[in-house]
Design a protein around this ligand. Sequence first.
Ligand code: ATP
Ligand code: MG
Length: 457
Amino acid sequence: MPSFQLNEVTGITGAVTYSVRQKMFSDLVSDTRRIQPGVLFLAFKGERFNGEDFAAEALRKGAAGVMVSSGCPEETLRKCNGTVLLVEDTLKAYQQLAHAWRRRFPDLPVVAITGSNGKTTTKDLTAAVLSARGPVLKTQANYNNEIGLPLTLLGIRKEHTAAVVEIGMRGFHQIEAMAPLAEPKIGIVTNVGETHMELLGSLENIARAKSELVEAIPAGGTVILNADNPYVAAMRDKAGDGVQVMTFGLDHEADVRGENIRTEGSDTKFTAVYDGERHEYSIAMVGRHNVSNALAAIAAGFALGLRAEEIREGLLHLEATKMRFECRRVGAWNVVNDAYNASPMSMTAAIETLSDLTRGRKIAVMGDMLELGSVSVEAHRKVGRELAAHHFDAVVTRGEMGRYIAEGAEEGGIASVFCCGSHEDAADRLHKLLQPGDTILFKGSRGMQMEKIIDLL
Ligand code: ATP
Ligand code: MG
């Protein structure tokens, strides 16, 4: 457990003590549901939620101490019976403590992953590859933000042989602030696409923000870049002196080059060419985009000195995260749940993959791609046209932008197109539409919760 002495906490964070009882903390916790005897509870302030309201209760539940902001009302502090620490910014203190914990394992190689699409999948693949050498810590689910990253780092234990962390971003300087907490030796950029257009305004800006990871890799480290994405390939110039650059790709010359992709059931086999040698790999995932993600993971394996056979063995232990192109049977239908999120690039990947794999009828149930700003209307129309180009038999949409997907699909010549006002309507429509053996793709932004329609079937 990430234990800290009181004097370490004050030294690292500059906290001042308001009252002192216990001087040893067995763990750091910011989630009220995870409070255990002995821990230090850090009170964060969210938009809807103020952790300070739980400080007194945390101590009653046995927490060894609480950390609150220096602006915390005296009245709240007086109710706290135990060690109370005051800092200017509790989130910053949490990050500082997580960084200090990470530094207790100086030899642990950390791989940090960013990109517009495929971060979580590449994280799972990289952790699988590296697991060939022993236990690997990885970001759980999608905890890739300024709270999730420190939470992950606090999970480092001495038995870990590597850590793989996902770093998301919603603006400039976020990766720049987060990456140093993890002190990564290896940085992977999967791709640059129109994912946070509303926040960053252009692909150039998204690329600039993602390249902050490349700049964070120190001499002796390696950056792993997608040769097939021009914005990522150009990040080579951002690598510092003494940083090795490795590339991966399917369509362009690359240090780790994928070829000969075959789908066998729910597995994908492919050849990776590295250093003049050809190696055969298999992953329990479908889709060409996932081969690209796997090549990044394989490159990380080579960068850390794993042999090709170890990488192959590691990939067999893949533990994928849910709702990423999850295929299953529901009644007489084949359901593909890719509803975790959606962006123009991931929509294309899902549509192409499904159409490559499906011989029978194909139905798309599509929700809005959120946060696209000024490119939104055109991006949704394009999804509709792509569905038509890949011969989908019917399209059901949800959400305000769904009508543009519908327009594109109709323009492209799909006859059965329906815009639905609720998930229930969409499920009703599907019941009328579906035939045994149909394959149905569910996809939309996280906020659209498209997977709930599957539950209604
Ligand atoms: P988030 O920003 O929400 O954390 P992420 O970058 O972690 O997303 P994943 O969760 O791995 O991405 O995948 C999300 C979706 O993106 C998948 O369901 C898949 O359709 C698509 N996707 C995954 N990898 C790629 C890729 N290399 N290129 C394009 N699309 C991809
Ligand atoms: Mg993710």
